[in-house]
Ligand binder design. Structure first.
Ligand SMILES: *[C@@H]1O[C@H](CO)[C@@H](O)[C@H](O)[C@H]1NC(C)=O
Length: 379
């Protein structure tokens, strides 16, 4: 065995050892995603490690890391939607043709003048800086794939009228009216939205629309919002039957009203989330969707019923299942279409993760949202 092999082997065993002692020493304080990178004190030197930490329908983000990766640092918070300047976020997200990993030199507030389109093979990594984004119709992923959105604070996003904006591969794009959402996915696939703080936008916080699929929404903090997450935007859009979304380790609330999520047609695995009250409903749907709600903690405020359904509810086609959820303060989950077996996500080995007992949900979601990482140490 060569020295390099030995070195690699000892690295692997060190990593295994620390992973084991870490989780044992702290109980289940870190969830399956965070445990993969947050116990590494050298995460800054090894930012791409994050790419193998994703789970759920997005799978692993291995196409965002490795050879030919361009590292790009945002140094300039200004925004020019047509001629983005080098150093700005929009330049990094649209003008770089190869795969890119975007970080931020310092804390900043980016006020977008137009929606920010994100190219395929882009990771936006806000770790280590406090990055606020707000303005006109914030982040949009349209017909793009292999995207990581991590560690951003996105809020006060407003609707935007039609107009031109720089798009992927340095091509100007004409956009129609865009609603005021924090993040909007349109015909997008393989998108991982992790550890963001999202609040107070004009329309919703996160829309997954027009045949988007293979999405994981994890570790985010959604608060102070009427419409939170929309999966499938239109009853007539049947392509959304193929939509697969994983919603895990998120904190909803306080002051969230509805749609955590609201789903049409497709399938959502909603697990280990903390629901801190809702005023209309927590999980809802129409057009025969399937939801596996697993080991979440639902804490009711005034309204107790978690589930809302609308349109024609064909119990033979709907599946709204609750497995291992914990209900506090009188919360109740009215299942639909039970008795014909569960709705398994059928994850591949790369997508699979252990769903924790709901008694751990408070600690597993305790660091949801954009993390505060001190200058050198752990996140
Ligand atoms: C999992 O497989 C079963 C059996 O083939 C199928 O009915 C179900 O729709 C699949 N679930 C998902 C999320 O694709």
């Amino acid at each position: 065995m060569g020295a390099t092999q030995l070195f690699v082997l000892s690295l692997i065993s060190l990593t295994l050892l620390s992973a084991v002692s870490y989780s044992e020493g702290n109980g289940l304080k870190m969830n399956a995603i965070d445990r993969c990178w947050r116990s590494n004190p050298y995460w800054r030197r090894n930012r791409q490690q994050l790419g193998v930490c994703s789970v759920g329908f997005v799978g692993k983000m291995t196409n965002n890391i490795g050879r030919n990766l361009i590292r790009y640092q945002v140094t300039d918070p200004s925004d020019d939607p047509i001629n983005p300047r080098p150093g700005t976020l929009r330049y990094g997200a649209t003008m770089i043709k190869s795969k890119v990993w975007i970080t931020f030199q310092k804390g900043m507030h980016i006020l977008l003048h137009k929606p920010l389109l994100i190219s395929s093979y882009t990771a936006i990594d806000g770790r280590g800086a406090s990055v606020h984004i707000s303005g006109n119709a914030c982040l949009v992923v349209s017909k793009a794939t292999n995207i990581i959105i991590h560690g951003l604070i996105i809020h006060h996003c407003k609707a935007q009228g039609a107009g031109q904006v720089m798009g992927p591969n340095s091509k100007l794009v004409s956009l129609g009216h865009v609603d005021g959402d924090a993040i909007r996915l349109v015909s997008a696939s393989k998108v991982w939205i992790d550890h963001n703080t999202l609040y107070r936008c004009e329309d919703g916080l996160l829309d997954v629309t027009r045949g988007s699929t293979d999405i994981t929404i994890s570790n985010n903090w959604f608060r102070d919002q009427d419409k939170v997450i929309l999966l499938g935007h239109e009853d007539g859009y049947v392509r959304d039957k193929n939509m697969r979304v994983t919603v895990i380790y998120n904190h909803f609330g306080p002051n969230c009203n509805q749609r955590m999520p609201r789903i049409r047609h497709g399938y959502a695995h909603v697990a280990n989330n903390l629901y801190q009250g809702w005023t209309q409903y927590a999980i809802g749907g129409s057009m025969n969707p399937s939801v596996k709600s697993e080991a979440n903690l639902f804490i009711a405020s005034k309204l107790k019923q978690i589930v809302w359904s609308t349109g024609k509810v064909e119990a033979a086609k709907w599946k709204f299942h609750s497995v291992g959820d914990v209900f506090e303060n009188g919360a109740s989950f009215e299942q639909i279409g039970v008795g014909r077996g569960g709705v398994k996500p059928n994850y591949s080995a790369q997508q699979r993760f252990p769903v924790a007992d709901a008694k751990w949900v408070r600690s597993l979601t305790s660091s949801s949202g954009a993390l505060r990482c001190s200058s050198k140490s752990r996140c």
